[in-house]
Write a protein that binds this ligand. Structure first.
Ligand SMILES: Cc1ncc(COP(=O)(O)O)c(C=O)c1O
Length: 430
């Protein structure tokens, strides 16, 4: 493969030296990044919006718990159970600090972003919404922030309204005021689009909703890993995110809820751990956060998430954001140099390290398959955002998404492989 984009690897490496973050300092911690594919291509992992990779420190934390400190939590009075309970609760405190919540009672461990939204829709939504009430979503939501509300609407007779997007991939904020009214009971919005990469002005949306007494749920699946979160500064009522997109294990996520709201909500799932007392004729629920953590929780996964937060804090969220800005700006340049590439979404300054694109005449899956031949992992399809794709008049896009361990050289390799892709298809069609 020849690199027909404008600069050499050594030039790219020189630019990287001046970057806000040196990926080469961190890459050795990620064993999977040294994978070589098809016997000659080093893995170029550009599917970070789907899930990130894990550093040795996170993997070791899982092994360490299983090997030396594993027992069920909150149940035993034996030494081992105390060890695992302490580590599990320490992880909750790390999450609290990471998002600046007031208290660990506001941190509910879930199995992921999707479960967090379902918890709110079932527990809060079933109690609060009735026929004719409205839920405001946006056209750029992930299915995880659409389907639970559609299910709620079906159960209650509530109506879903949609904040539109503009042609350049922003939210059409001028439509917001006219969509909020006395029937609106919730605004549920993503802070960052998993397709467009757009960073949404959620503080402004929260202020507008709160001015009318409407609570806001923030889907932070794509923002927590790349920009961090300050729930007190934002003032959101519910915030959800998952561990696996921020170096942590799968099967662990976080629901932050304002304590006043969580206290009024009934449990989502019933069973052990979420009760204070059970009689034959009923039960009393435990205090927060246990009320929402029925059954044996994802103990080791939560501890692994704590290790991921330690690691991210060491790298620095603001350095991660600044460095991703470099990567995504370079990606826009490289894709422009390839030619015939249509990038979906805003300019680099308004987004994180996500670039979704189409090449007319070549299907997204074909692009991804050819990139895979060069060891480059990207995602192709609707990315769990079918309404957004429909709105854009597309059925599928190819998405390259970056994290702080990606390099400028890897971005250039993406450009070179896309050149090859175009050549292969031109040859095929001539
Ligand atoms: C914006 C957004 N919301 C929600 C989700 C769902 O996350 P999970 O599948 O980890 O529950 C994703 C995952 O891609 C996402 O990007």
């Amino acid at each position: 493969m020849t690199d027909e984009t404008s600069r050499t690897d050594s030039q790219a490496a020189a630019v990287e030296k001046m970057a806000p973050l040196d990926p080469e300092l961190w890459r050795p911690d990620f064993p999977i990044l040294s994978t070589v594919l098809h016997e000659k291509y080093p893995l170029v992992y550009l599917d970070n919006a789907a899930t990130t990779q894990r550093p040795r420190q996170v993997i070791d934390s899982l092994v360490d718990v299983y090997e030396t400190k594993y027992a069920n939590v909150h149940r035993g009075i034996h030494w081992l159970s105390e060890q695992s309970t302490d580590l599990y609760e320490e992880a909750r405190e790390k999450v609290r600090g990471f998002i600046n919540a007031r208290t660990t009672q506001e941190i509910i461990f879930t199995r992921g972003t999707t479960e967090g939204i379902n918890l709110v829709a079932r527990s809060w939504g079933d109690e609060q919404l009735g026929a004719g009430d409205e839920i405001l979503l946006t056209e750029m939501e992930h299915h995880a922030n659409i389907v639970p509300w559609q299910q709620l609407a079906k159960r209650t007779g509530a109506i879903i309204r949609w904040l539109p997007i503009t042609e350049d991939g922003h939210l059409a904020l001028d439509a917001l005021e006219s969509l909020l009214n006395s029937r609106t009971k919730l605004v549920a919005v993503t802070e960052i689009s998993n397709v467009l990469g757009t960073i949404n002005p959620v503080a402004q949306i929260i202020d507008s909703a709160h001015a009318r007494g409407i609570p806001v749920l923030l889907d932070a699946a794509q923002s927590a890993p790349h920009r961090g979160l300050d729930v007190q500064r934002l003032g959101a009522d519910f915030v959800v995110f998952g561990g696996h997109k921020m170096l942590g294990p799968t099967g662990i996520g976080v629901l932050y809820g304002r304590r006043e709201l969580l206290e009024t909500m009934p449990p989502f799932i019933g069973g052990g751990g979420m009760i204070r007392r059970v009689r034959k004729d009923g039960f009393e629920t435990a205090d927060l956060p246990d009320k929402f953590e029925a059954g044996t929780p994802p103990i080791v996964e939560a501890i692994g998430l704590g290790a991921a937060i330690d690691y991210l804090t060491k790298v620095g969220l603001s350095a991660i954001h600044d460095y991703e800005q470099m990567l995504v700006s370079r990606a826009h340049e490289v894709l422009a140099a390839v030619g015939d590439v249509q990038i979906i979404g805003p300019e680099p300054k308004d987004k994180v390290g996500i670039v979704s694109f189409t090449i007319p005449g070549i299907h997204a899956h074909d692009i991804a398959q050819i990139l895979d031949r060069y060891g480059i992992a990207v995602r192709a399809g609707h990315h769990c955002a079918m309404p957004l794709h429909k709105q854009l008049g597309l059925t599928a896009t190819t998405r390259a998404s970056f994290y702080f361990y990606n390099t400028l050289i890897e971005v250039d390799k993406l450009g070179a492989a896309l050149m090859e892709t175009k050549k292969i298809f031109r040859r095929g069609s001539s």
